[in-house]
Design a protein around this ligand. Structure first.
Ligand SMILES: Nc1ncnc2c1ncn2[C@@H]1O[C@H](COP(=O)(O)OP(=O)(O)OP(=O)(O)O)[C@@H](O)[C@H]1O
Ligand SMILES: [Mg+2]
Length: 143
């Protein structure tokens, strides 16, 4: 699908948030500035978190826990990851069945490390709009 602006990306995040459940692992890939954090922030806010969601690019993982929202969410950005072993130290895979995990730059974890249940791939079109490809669980939603 084509997402024309940030508002449409936030709407998509709101729609996606309704389909997510505990244990889901969402890989969000796309180039710098594609809108990955905009999408994650919309998901986390739509799940009930009322504060500002900032990019986890420095901390690598930000955790959002009840009672701030009904379900725990880990929001990660692996862009600055030096070594996949760091993911163990950060606990990204611990108790992932008990929360929703949103991972920007998931491709940096390398093949075989993470097994996302959902894939979101964003690319930037020549006119600046974003093409979003969704693979949700077993269902592929055509772009
Ligand atoms: N269609 C669109 N969807 C989402 N964001 C858009 C769109 N058009 C323009 N933007 C702008 O692009 C920027 C996207 O920034 P964002 O931090 O979400 O990117 P990112 O993919 O997370 O980048 P990074 O790889 O650095 O984490 C925002 O400034 C947003 O306003
Ligand atoms: Mg980001």
């Amino acid at each position: 699908m084509i997402i024309h602006d940030e508002n449409e990306m936030r709407t998509l995040g709101r729609e996606l948030s309704r389909t997510l459940k505990k244990g889901d692992w969402v890989a969000i890939d796309g180039p710098l500035g594609a809108g990955k954090t905009v999408l994650c922030a919309a998901i986390i806010n739509s799940l009930g978190y009322v504060g500002e969601v900032t990019s986890p690019s420095y901390a690598i993982v930000h955790n959002y826990d009840p009672p701030d929202l009904p379900v725990a969410v880990a929001h990660a950005d692996l862009y600055r990851l030096d070594d996949v072993a760091e993911l163990d130290e950060l606990g990204l895979f611990d108790e992932s069945a008990e929360r929703i995990t949103l991972v920007e730059w998931a491709e940096r974890a390398g093949p075989g490390y993470a097994k996302p249940s959902h894939h979101v791939t964003i690319s930037v079109e020549p006119d600046g709009s974003r093409r979003v490809d969704l693979k949700l669980g077993k269902d592929d939603i055509a772009g």
